[in-house]
Write a protein that binds this ligand. Structure first.
Ligand code: NAD
Length: 258
């Protein structure tokens, strides 16, 4: 049986890495995310050509509950099921709380946290009825510990770990597991984009941000890779992970061990 996975925010970065890993496993994939339409179609077609399963795309905006419900409904209609749901879409904004723009707070809470409530609410009934499901929430080391100037992001990431635990309990007797993965720094567009703002907020250079702020937190002094996260998501989607649920797994080069 070919499993079907939705990965939100998979036109870039970690989500695309997870989609590549699932495509290599032969799953059907529903991509999602923003970007240039031609580039997204090229990404979809390239993945589809490599994959044993079928790779499709839905452009739902993760701030819009009706579009999120449509993403799940369209995936079920096209492939017959949503077996694996990866809530990955996310944005960042870095600023002291007194200056934090209200619309950034609302967008980060909506995309990084509430969207997972909406996808789960739509996808869980089908998973329960089939007796199989894997929900993976891409949280962050910032779901476990804080850093200054990231009030909305740290709040949303702590929140999604609470959601992970709650749904794990609700779904525990239905063959559905719910876990959070908590990456440290991965050099994706999201991280590259916050380097200038962090430099400005702290009054230091961009090189100093990489060395003294980002990798300062990671004892390995190495960025986490999307391939490492993809491999973990493959494991969590498989039978060997059937007894793992309600966890928040750090993949952070030792960051939260400190
Ligand atoms: P990225 O910017 O490369 O990718 C983000 C994805 O989300 C893109 O596909 C983008 O189009 C999509 N997206 C943004 N807003 C959306 C919306 N409203 N609706 C639908 N899709 C939307 O970022 P990334 O670094 O790959 O981050 C992916 C996830 O990993 C995020 O949840 C992020 O918080 C988390 N994370 C990243 C890091 C890191 O160091 N990069 C570390 C820990 C956790």
């Amino acid at each position: 049986m070919t499993r079907t996975a939705i990965i939100t925010g998979s036109t870039s970065g970690i989500g695309l890495g997870i989609a590549e890993a699932y495509a290599a496993e032969g799953y059907n994939i529903m991509l999602n995310g923003f970007g240039d339409a031609d580039e997204i179609e090229a990404t979809r077609a390239a993945l589809d050509a490599k994959a044993a399963g079928t790779v499709a795309y839905h452009g739902a905006d993760m701030t819009k509950p009706d579009q999120i419900a449509d993403l799940v409904a369209q995936t079920e209609a096209r492939f017959g099921a949503v077996d694996i749901l990866v809530n990955n879409a996310g944005i960042q904004h870095v600023a002291p709380v007194e200056e934090f723009p209200l619309e950034k707070w609302d967008a980060i809470i909506a995309i990084n946290m509430s969207s997972a409530f909406h996808t789960i609410r739509a996808a869980l009934p089908g998973m329960k009825s089939r007796g199989f499901g894997r929900i993976i929430n891409v949280a962050s080391a910032h779901g476990l510990v804080a850093s200054p100037y990231k009030s909305a992001y740290v709040t949303a990431k702590h929140g999604i770990i609470g959601l992970t635990k709650t749904i794990a309990l609700e779904a525990a007797q239905h063959g559905v597991t719910v876990n959070a993965v908590c990456p440290g720094y991965v050099l994706t567009p999201l991280v590259e984009g916050q380097i200038p703002d962090t430099a400005k907020a702290r009054g230091i250079t961009e090189e100093e941000v990489k060395r003294d702020v980002l990798l300062a937190a990671q004892p390995t002094k190495e960025f986490v890779t999307v391939e490492q996260l993809g491999a973990l998501c493959v494991f969590l989607a498989g039978e060997a992970a059937a007894s793992m649920t309600g966890t928040a797994l750090p993949v952070d080069g030792g960051w939260v061990a400190q």
